[in-house]
Design a protein around this ligand. Structure first.
Ligand SMILES: Cc1ncc(COP(=O)(O)O)c(C=O)c1O
Length: 388
């Protein structure tokens, strides 16, 4: 076994497995564990979306289809984004992908040569950094500034200072997993100004754009973009419509990039499952009430979690403005992976270690609250003795 793994590419041998999975492997399948380690909720996909998939399957939508996605789904997504962001976004800029993760991999394949770097605003969900590493590139993490109350702020100058001749682009995920930080329009404008001047790509991961507390959507790069801008926005069906297991996403790009992405889709997945795409159309067209209810439920759970965590003397927990995570710092914790293991062992609550999201996340834990608020209340009650 060991000999075979030695015969792999360096970048692959050096790839570190997910630290979140290290925790979940210890508690998976234990019915007493409250699993708040992954980025998904407890609600199944709404019935009407499942029904649409099953109808499409029975109707025989089981053949290969367009690599960039069904024209009707691309049109539906273009109209959805145009409505949401007040800009005319053409279907020729949209490609359907087999998940947000696949979109991130496609972007990396399109941009990163060995030795290139991508500047990534962090703490960050680790998979974009892994995608860059797999291609032999350097993920260059730049930290948000931590605030005393547990929140975070972006200093665009730090991002600019990290860019050099081998930088291909800047990656920002807002609303952020894990911090819940939401980027403002001024920060978007500042990044645009710099990226345009330097000819860099902006890669915006907006999979949590609809999971915000107060507005209909988070500020988006698409609101300030011209179609030709070097901007790629990654999105997903996973979070908005409780479709994590479907592996369906999309990306929006300048029109002249689409043929390249189409080729890459051909050589990666050869397109997303046809009958699932039919259900995707229904999700986008009829899923608004679901999103509203889901966000309201997340908001209630967020408040339960943050109120209880803030009562713990060792905890610094800001109320996140977006996404569905509490990312909190605990005084005296220097090894968040070891601490998350201890928490799981002693309380049967499964959390993600902050170090999974970059070195600046060390000392933090991430709790996903996209669940029944009563269950979140039970979880934080169990956590209290360890955090106080
Ligand atoms: C920031 C971020 N981007 C992308 C994804 C990928 O979502 P999916 O691959 O399920 O579409 C996730 C999932 O957790 C995420 O948190």
């Amino acid at each position: 076994m060991q000999q075979n793994s030695m015969a792999l590419r360096d970048a692959i041998r050096e790839l570190r497995g997910s630290r979140i999975a290290e925790i979940s492997a210890l508690g998976m399948g234990d019915p007493k564990v409250i699993p708040l380690w992954y980025g998904e909720g407890d609600l199944p996909t709404p019935e009407f979306i499942g029904q649409a998939a099953s109808d499409a399957l029975r109707a025989g939508h089981t053949f290969y289809t367009y690599k960039a996605g069904l024209p009707e789904l691309r049109q539906t997504l273009a109209e959805y984004q145009s409505r949401l962001f007040g800009r005319d976004i053409a279907a020729e800029r949209v490609a359907v992908t087999s998940s947000g993760m696949t979109a991130l991999m496609l972007v990396s394949q399109a941009l990163i040569d060995p030795g290139d770097n991508l500047v990534i605003v962090a703490p960050v969900w680790p998979n974009i950094a892994a995608a860059v590493s797999i291609l032999g590139g350097e993920p260059r993490l730049v930290s948000l500034d931590p605030l005393p109350n547990g929140g975070w702020r972006l200093d665009p100058e730090r991002v600019f200072a990290a860019c050099d001749a081998r930088t291909r682009g800047i990656f920002v995920n807002s609303p952020s997993n894990p911090t819940g930080w939401v980027m403002g329009p001024e920060e978007i404008a500042a990044l645009f100004e710099f990226a345009r001047r330097r000819g860099l790509w902006l890669i915006a991961d907006e999979v949590y754009a609809r999971i915000v507390y107060g507005n209909r959507a988070a500020p988006s790069f698409l609101e300030q973009a011209e179609p030709e801008d070097r901007l790629i926005v990654v999105n997903s069906f996973s979070k908005n419509w409780a479709m994590t297991g479907w592996r369906l996403g999309w990306m929006t790009m300048p029109p002249d990039l689409l043929p390249t992405i189409e080729k890459l889709i051909e050589f990666n997945t050869s397109g997303s499952p046809t009958f699932l795409q039919h259900a995707g159309i229904v999700a986008v067209r009829e899923g608004e009430p679901f999103i509203q209810n889901f966000v309201a439920r997340c908001r209630a759970a967020r408040d339960v979690a943050i109120d209880a965590l803030s009562d713990c003397r060792r905890v610094h927990a800001a109320r996140p403005e977006g996404a569905f995570y509490a990312f909190f710092r605990i005084d005296g914790v220097g090894d968040s992976l070891a601490f998350a293991k201890e928490v799981l062992h002693r309380t049967k609550v499964g959390l993600a270690p902050g170090s999974a999201f970059g070195p600046m996340g060390e000392g933090y834990l991430r709790l996903c609250f996209a669940r029944d608020p009563a269950q979140i209340a039970t979880a934080v009650e169990r956590l209290k003795p360890l955090l106080d």
